[in-house]
Design a binder for this molecule. Structure first.
Ligand SMILES: Cc1cc2nc3c(=O)[nH]c(=O)nc-3n(C[C@H](O)[C@H](O)[C@H](O)COP(=O)(O)OP(=O)(O)OC[C@H]3O[C@@H](n4cnc5c(N)ncnc54)[C@H](O)[C@@H]3O)c2cc1C
Length: 459
């Protein structure tokens, strides 16, 4: 029997649940389908569990540095891994249960467990049921990429998902991939007490950042004892002496590094291969991302794609912003667009990197006249008081319009300080508004007016 709804939402990531609830509240009979755990990646094996474990790792780090602050411990701190994992599981459970209950209580919303697959542009099969609706919203997210590396089938490896079950301390964790996810795990496990080696194919870490940012991050992590092997062009895996060997180079010695466990952190792929998109006629690009317009509509009328699967963002906040755009346009007669948002994200190592707008490389390539301000964190009182003076803050300004083009605070509170800049950019205001605002002492943001008062042409 076919069940008819006003709307079907596939996936309970960061866009699907709020959209289903909004539609339900607006009186639209809505089905929301989830094949695994409600809340998707962020809640179950992404942002929330990693940031919870990062908090445990930071507690261990601060305890080890106790003497720097005059706090003396009688023995070296030790991380109880099952306990750290249990804390993580409890916090994840809270969020997972929260979203599930929210959906179950929402008026006009039916939560259905199972894998959804299109059987036509407006028809979806879940288990033995057929569902139909004039409007379908895809929020299927992504998963860890597992490329076809030589030897991978012979070894057991971890991904960000299976890392969530780890309740022991790997003796030597090899992390293949020196980008955002790999680096967060690298510092986390180093602070838990593992030896950690990061293996990266490129010549530097997080290649999308500016050179000085990549270099500073490498130095911060090396300072904690993390080893790096860059330019690893010949990656292959093999079992070796009860552990795992990762071949890193075809020529240079040493050619391989041996560890106890391997984590693959080499990117993400969208969950679009098993969705029946062909049957529905929904177009994807060469990498499997669903093609959408500026209002997140696919090429099929009445079908939208939100979140990581549309390739227009890879973050919780971009997915949630997709929901806000679609809901405003559908339910409030709005005209919101993806292109109106300013790119922003953070790398949650400690100290964190906040990023908004363009990088220095991008502004140089744009050919504009640019003013740049740079301040080492050693000049920031808040950083000195905490003995956390690593990093710097950089802001780039268009010399003609006086608008801020981009910023990268790498340092204590960098993930919060970035919002002082982001909000001025979102307001469309010139940098002088931020420069003239009175800020609270002692904070990281209080130094932004000083930094902006000393802008120099970018040469
Ligand atoms: C380790 C890690 C750390 C991260 N940290 C951060 C961070 O700190 N900040 C940040 O902003 N972002 C972070 N992210 C990214 C963030 O998790 C995602 O961008 C975010 O979850 C948005 O995803 P989404 O809404 O597209 O869908 P997802 O959250 O991926 O959810 C999609 C859901 O759809 C379900 N699904 C898929 N196919 C089907 C189907 N056919 N039928 C039914 N259900 C289906 C899936 O089971 C899943 O539950 C992190 C990611 C990882 C992996």
């Amino acid at each position: 029997m076919t069940q008819t709804f006003d709307a079907i939402v596939i996936g309970t990531g960061q866009a699907g649940p709020p959209l289903a609830v909004r539609l339900g509240n607006a009186g639209r009979k809505t089905a929301i389908i989830e094949r695994k755990r409600v809340g998707g990646t962020c809640v179950n094996n992404g942002c929330i569990p990693t940031k919870t474990l990062i908090a445990s790792a930071r507690a261990a780090h601060v305890a080890r540095r106790g003497a720097d602050f005059g706090v003396m411990l009688d023995a070296a701190p030790r991380v109880d891994m099952p306990r750290a994992k249990a804390r993580k599981d409890a916090i994840v459970r809270q969020s997972n249960t929260g979203v599930t209950d929210w959906l179950k209580r929402a008026p006009n919303v039916t939560l259905i467990e199972g894998h959804a697959r299109f059987e036509g542009p407006h028809r979806v099969r879940v288990n033995d049921s057929l569902l139909e609706a004039p409007q379908i919203f895809i929020n299927v997210g992504g998963r860890a990429a597992v490329p076809d590396m030589p030897g991978l089938a012979e070894v057991s490896y971890l991904t960000n998902s299976s890392m969530m079950d780890v309740d022991f301390l790997p003796e030597h964790l090899l992390i293949v991939g020196g980008s955002y996810i790999g680096l967060e795990f690298a510092q986390m496990y180093r602070r838990f007490g593992s030896r950690v080696t990061v293996i990266e194919m490129g010549p530097r870490l997080i290649g999308r950042e500016d050179d000085d940012v990549s270099q500073a991050i490498k130095e911060i992590l090396e300072g904690e004892g993390i080893a790096f092997r860059l330019n690893a062009q010949c990656i292959a895996l093999a079992r070796r002496d009860g552990g795992i060997a990762v071949n890193v180079s075809c020529e240079e010695e040493p050619r391989e590094i041996i560890g106890s466990h391997v984590l693959l952190a080499v990117g993400r792929v969208p969950n679009t291969h098993d969705l029946g998109l062909d049957t529905a006629g929904v177009k994807t690009d060469a990498r499997g991302y669903i093609v959408v317009d500026d209002e997140l509509r696919t090429n099929v009328s009445g079908v939208w794609a939100l979140g990581d699967a549309n390739g227009r963002g890879a973050f919780t906040h971009t997915s949630y912003n997709d929901y806000e755009i679609v809901a405003a346009n559908l339910l409030e007669g709005g005209a919101r667009r993806v292109s109106q948002r300013i790119a922003a994200y953070a790398l949650f190592i400690d100290p964190p990197l906040g990023r908004v707008g363009m990088t220095e490389r991008e502004v140089r390539a744009s050919g504009r006249k640019v003013l740049a301000g740079m301040m080492p964190m050693t000049r920031v009182g808040r950083a000195r008081e905490r003995s956390e003076t690593q990093g710097f803050m950089q802001v780039l300004v268009d010399a003609e319009t006086e608008k801020i083009l981009g910023a990268a605070p790498l340092g204590t509170e960098g993930d919060e300080a970035i919002h002082c800049i982001l909000d001025v950019m979102a307001a469309g205001a010139p940098y002088t508004v931020l420069q003239r605002a009175m800020h609270i002492h002692p904070t990281v943001c209080e130094l932004l007016p000083t930094l902006l008062g000393d802008l120099k042409p970018l040469t």
